[in-house]
Design a protein around this ligand. Sequence first.
Ligand code: TXA
Ligand code: MG
Length: 357
Amino acid sequence: MEENLRIATIVRKTDENHTDRSIIEEAASILRAGGLVAFPTETVYGLGADALHEEASGKIYAAKGRPSDNPLIVHIADETQLAPIVQTVPEKAKALMKAFWPGPLTIIFRKSDVVPRGTTGGLDTVAVRMPEHKIALELIRVSGLPVAAPSANTSGRPSPTNASHVYEDLNGRIDMIIDGGTVGIGIESTIIDVTCEPPMILRPGYITKEKLERVIGPVAVDKAVTEPVSPDVIPRAPGMKYKHYAPKADFTMFSGEADKVAAYINRLAEEKICQGYKVGVIVCDETVDKYQAGDVVSVGTRKNDITISRNLYRVLREFDNKKVDYIFGETFTDDEFGQAIMNRMLKAAGYQVEIVT
Ligand code: TXA
Ligand code: MG
């Protein structure tokens, strides 16, 4: 962006448990005036704008460098905000809302006429979520608006899990950042489409297939979740077609028995370092002592998936900032919540996985 187009970005810090009302009011008035405010949610930071104001949501695309056919998620603070923006609320959606809202579940509905196509990337459907974060809920409530908010990163970079990530990407392009500390989950919400039968998961997240099926019975999973998307096919969640969550380095994952994977990665890392490259290595608490070569980082413990999801994007960003050339990583289990973590890692790695025998 040219220097003279830059705007002053206000950064305000507040605590989720003792939210400063004056900061929320300042942010809400920016949203009502058609401006952009980044705020924390329980998943990742969002970049908010008035969802019913085409020009305001248009600014989100410009600030992020986001393709205009990639629709935004509309955030609400209570269920009375849902009826005006959708055509109908199917029974299964009602059951999901009761079980998981507020929380990291986004539901796709048929949109009503008040939602501009600029917000939905030209689609007749709208994605809606009620976040489980006091700052997000209070901001939405005080603004009185449904708030369109994609992740608050530059398009193509890992989603932000703290306010400094947002600042790194969007300082000078947005009006305000509310710094509410580090988020709890660290990867984006589960997206489920209830306009089809059976309902279909378009993006896996903390609310797993198993949890959804306990509430509404069988659920399908979009192919784009587990396989690379061919450039000619537009997936049902258009965002899944872009090379998302991508670090700048060449990222490969290695799967196999722990000792063999460690030995293989150590050898490969040493080789690259000898050739003059910088190498980052992503492992877990259980195996970290097996690694000697490169910048070795444990993302968390395999005993608790959320420790891994919470750190993953931060670690990828740190490797970017250190200008790492190669990232070598272990794979993680892909059951339950692990499926969402592996989905993000596979996308970051451009699906490069080697099996070590
Ligand atoms: O956890 C989250 O969902 C975060 C926080 C801020 O709430 N938001 C987020 O937004 O991840 P974003 O824009 O980064 O990802 C939205 C995804 C995209 O893949 C987009 O294509 C899909 O949701 N999406 C939005 N509206 C849709 C619709 N009507 N139909 C299908 N997919 C939709
Ligand atoms: Mg995003």
